[in-house]
Every structure is written in structure tokens, then in C-alpha cells.
Write a protein that binds this ligand. Structure first.
Ligand code: AMP
Ligand code: GLY
Length: 423
């Protein structure tokens, strides 16, 4: 079978590595992929948002199955367009991807169906939004409605910060159309947990939980990034919390989507906060998380392609999905300066032999040499019996990769270790 994966980051690399384990797949393509992914799939220089070219490629190359992973093509209707020409896909149609594409939609859905989340108001007028943040308790959270490259959320600790966030979105149009509507919501406190789940619209199977580290520097300092590292499982996701999430959040969400005529098929990402009043939804994503996927999929025992096809064919209830009883850690090596501006084009030296897995996020290949080309360059993942061992091995792997201007956080997993000790 010929399978194509849309996207070109560390997450797509992790997905491709897993797909490679299935012997039925004879050819694997990545659109566009990257210089590191090229070792595992044929990379085709078509951008993930170029739906028309993706469809032509699928048609011209008789693609049998497509996996659409990034948010943009999902929201833009990539799955709808591929299904129209008869290519079965893993990923939601655009009507269901709206759960990530519009925070207003997601919040209204949760309100209508009683799914626990932060209290909120929606604004379309600058003055009304400003009045609201001038009188509400602090901190207050300002969120652009649409996709904003993970930068559309501001946790404002002062009035000035809150007003700046409102103005940036509604007056300066920092996020274009995405920021014309705002969700302004109550600040919640508690540890965060990411749970990815396979769902065919009726059955939902949560994957092993994970913990992201979004801030750029140690101790959760510095600006927010796409994610500087992850561990799985997340110790805050106890069996009792998991049970409540299934009953109060996961199943109600897929039932709500079905009731709204937008059945969700694919990977649904629940960004949760475990508050003193129980788990609440911080955000939904309509796709695998990055870098959560780089720790979750290495722990998956069941064949990924088998699960994906069961999702597409709506028979997820008929298969067993198993995860290893082990721990994983992923340390992201980034270019110094990220998430701000950074230099690129530095040669990357990978060790000849190593334990663990290296997922490449931002690298190009020139004359056989891997060169840095992005902010997040690669993810070093290790799986071990215990979390301390996984952390140690992931860092050992990270130290064995060399490129100029590399930086990583040195405390990935430390919060999880502390939580484990408190148990
Ligand atoms: P997002 O870009 O939607 O993933 O949000 C970025 C981060 O903002 C989340 O991971 C949370 O740490 C934080 N955040 C979002 N909403 C809230 C909230 N209502 N209360 C506290 N923190 C929040
Ligand atoms: N790691 C968070 C995300 O993928 O949005």
C-alpha cells in the first residue's frame, strides 16, 4: 500500500517511524517532510496547506491512504478534499476540526453540553472587551478565536497586559482574522495533562497521558514555545482522574460532536488542567500534539496503521489498543533564540550508533549533510522501565548530538519526578 503523511515536523517523523513497522505499507511519502524525515520516507516538496497540490499528488500516485496531522490542513478541509477523490484518511473533516479551529465554537460546545472548562465570555467589539478586562479579577486569560501558531493565548497578570493582549488582537490584527473574535476566560490553576485519544466518532480510546513543557527555559521561565520536551505517562493523571475524564469530558465531547452533526474521527487532543474542582478542558486540538506524540507513540505496542484504519472504517470498538508499561522522555534540541529569531544552516552531527530515537523537526539536507533549518531542530526520545531512567537516557542522547547554537531545557521531567515522589 502507498501511504502519505501530510506535514514535516517531529510529530510527523514519529508517526512515519511507527507506520514503517507495518509490512503492508510498501511506499511511504511525506508532504513536505524534512531533511531528517527523508531517511524514513520519500519527501515531496508540497506544503501542508497546499490542498490542491496534495490532492493532485494523491491522484497521480494512486495513494491508498493519507494521514493528515497538522492543524492548518485539517481546518482547511484537506481530509474532505481527499475523501472526495476516494482516498481514505486519518484525521477529522473540517467541520469537526473546528473544535480546534475556533475557540468560540469549542467553548460554546462545552457550555451547551456541560463539559467542565473555564468560565468565559466571547467578544467581537474592542471596547466591550477592554471594559471587561478592566473590571475582571486577575489573572485573566485572553485567547484569539482562530489558529495562531500556538501564540494566540495570553495569561495576563496585570490589567495592562490584558489590555495589550486585547488590543494586539482586535486593533493591531496581530493574528489576522483569527483574532477578530476573542474568548476571555477565567484563570484556572493546577497541573496540566495532555491526553491524546483515538476516536472513530463513537468509540474513544485514550492513549497514555503525557506532560508538555511549553516555556523556553528551565523552571518554566521565558516565552511560550511549541513545546521543549515531554514525558509520558503524566503522574498527575491518576486512575481516578482518568475515570472522571472519560465520564465527564472525553465521551461527552465525542457525543456532543456527533449531536452537532460534526462527528470527530482521528486523534482528539485534550489539554486538561487538574483543578481542585476536578479536571477541566483548557483546549482541544484536532490532531496529535507536538511534542507529545514523540513520547506517546514510542510507547504504543499495537500497530499504528491497524488502529488508524479501524478509526477510518469506524470499527475502533473491535480492536485492542495496548501501550507498554514503561516511561518515555523527549528532550527538544532547539536553535538558540527560539521562539524568537535564530540562525540556521548549521551542520548537525548525529552519533553513528545510539539508543533511543531521534525525531527530526527542523532540518534540511544539502549534499548529504543535515543542516539546521528551524527553531525546534530535533527531539531525542528514550523509553525505559522507569521515568528517571528515561530522562537520563534522553539527555544522554541529546548530549551526543552536536550542532552550533543548540540549546535545550535541562529540567524536562523534573516536575513529573517531584509529583511521583509526593504520591
Ligand atoms: P494554548 O496555546 O491554548 O495551549 O495555551 C497555552 C497555555 O496557556 C496552556 O498550556 C496553559 O498553560 C495556559 N492557559 C490557557 N488557558 C488557561 C486558563 N484558563 N487558565 C490558566 N492557564 C491557561
Ligand atoms: N504540544 C501542544 C500542541 O501540540 O499544541
Amino acid at each position: 500500500m502507498k501511504v502519505m503523511v501530510i506535514g514535516g515536523g517531529g510529530r510527523e517523523h514519529a508517526v512515519l517511524r511507527k507506520l514503517k513497522e507495518n509490512p503492508e505499507i510498501t511506499e511511504l511519502f511525506a508532504l513536505p517532510g524534512n531533511g531528517g524525515i527523508a531517511a524514513d520516507a520519500a519527501c515531496v516538496p508540497i506544503g501542508a496547506k497546499d490542498i490542491a497540490s496534495i490532492v493532485s499528488f494523491a491522484e497521480d500516485n494512486a495513494i491508498d491512504y493519507a494521514v493528515v496531522t497538522p492543524d492548518d490542513p485539517l481546518v482547511l478541509g484537506c481530509v474532505d478534499a481527499l475523501e472526495e477523490i476516494g482516498v481514505p484518511c486519518f484525521g477529522p473533516r473540517s467541520e469537526a476540526a473546528l473544535i480546534e479551529g475556533s475557540k468560540v465554537f469549542a467553548k460554546n460546545l462545552m457550555k451547551k453540553y456541560g463539559i467542565p472548562t473555564a468560565r468565559y465570555e466571547v467578544f467581537t467589539e474592542l471596547e466591550a472587551a477592554l471594559d471587561y478586562v478592566r473590571s475582571s479579577p486577575l489573572p485573566i486569560v485572553v485567547k484569539a478565536d482562530g489558529l495562531a501558531l500556538g501564540k494566540g493565548v495570553v495569561v495576563a497578570r496585570s490589567r495592562e497586559e490584558a489590555e495589550d493582549a486585547v488590543r494586539a488582537s482586535m486593533e493591531d490584527h496581530k493574528f489576522g482574522k483569527s483574532g477578530e473574535r476573542l474568548v476571555i476566560e477565567e484563570f484556572l490553576e493546577g497541573p496540566e495533562v495532555s491526553v491524546l485519544a483515538f476516536t472513530d466518532g463513537k468509540t474513544l480510546v485514550p492513549m497514555v497521558s503525557s506532560m508538555d513543557h511549553k516555556a523556553a527555559f528551565d523552571g518554566d521561565a521565558g516565552p511560550n514555545t511549541g513545546g521543549m520536551g515531554t514525558v509520558a505517562p503524566n503522574p498527575y493523571y491518576t486512575p481516578a482522574v482518568a475515570e472522571r475524564c472519560m465520564k465527564e469530558i472525553f465521551l461527552p465531547t465525542i457525543r456532543a460532536m456527533e449531536a452537532e452533526g460534526r462527528p470527530f474521527k482521528g486523534c482528539l487532543y485534550f489539554g486538561l488542567m487538574i483543578t481542585k474542582d476536578g479536571p477541566k478542558v483548557i483546549e482541544y486540538n484536532c490532531r496529535f500534539g507536538d511534542p507529545e506524540t514523540q513520547v506517546v507513540l514510542p510507547l504504543l505496542e499495537t500497530d499504528l496503521f491497524t488502529i488508524m484504519r479501524a478509526v477510518t472504517e469506524e470499527r475502533l470498538d473491535q480492536i485492542q489498543v495496548k501501550f507498554k508499561d514503561a516511561a518515555a522522555c523527549c528532550v527538544i534540541l532547539a536553535s538558540k533564540g527560539y521562539p524568537g529569531s535564530y540562525e540556521k544552516g548549521y551542520p548537525i552531527e548525529l552519533p553513528e550508533k545510539y539508543e533511543g530515537q531521534i525525531f527530526v523537526a527542523g532540518a534540511a539536507r544539502k549534499d548529504g549533510q543535515l543542516l539546521t533549518s528551524g527553531g525546534r531542530v530535533l527531539g531525542c526520545t528514550a523509553v525505559a522501565d522507569t521515568l528517571p531512567a528515561a530522562i537520563e537516557q534522553a539527555y544522554a542522547l541529546a548530549r551526543s548530538v552536536k550542532f552550533e547554537n543548540a540549546f535545550c531545557r535541562s529540567d524536562i521531567g523534573q516536575r513529573a519526578l517531584r509529583a511521583q515522589k509526593e504520591e
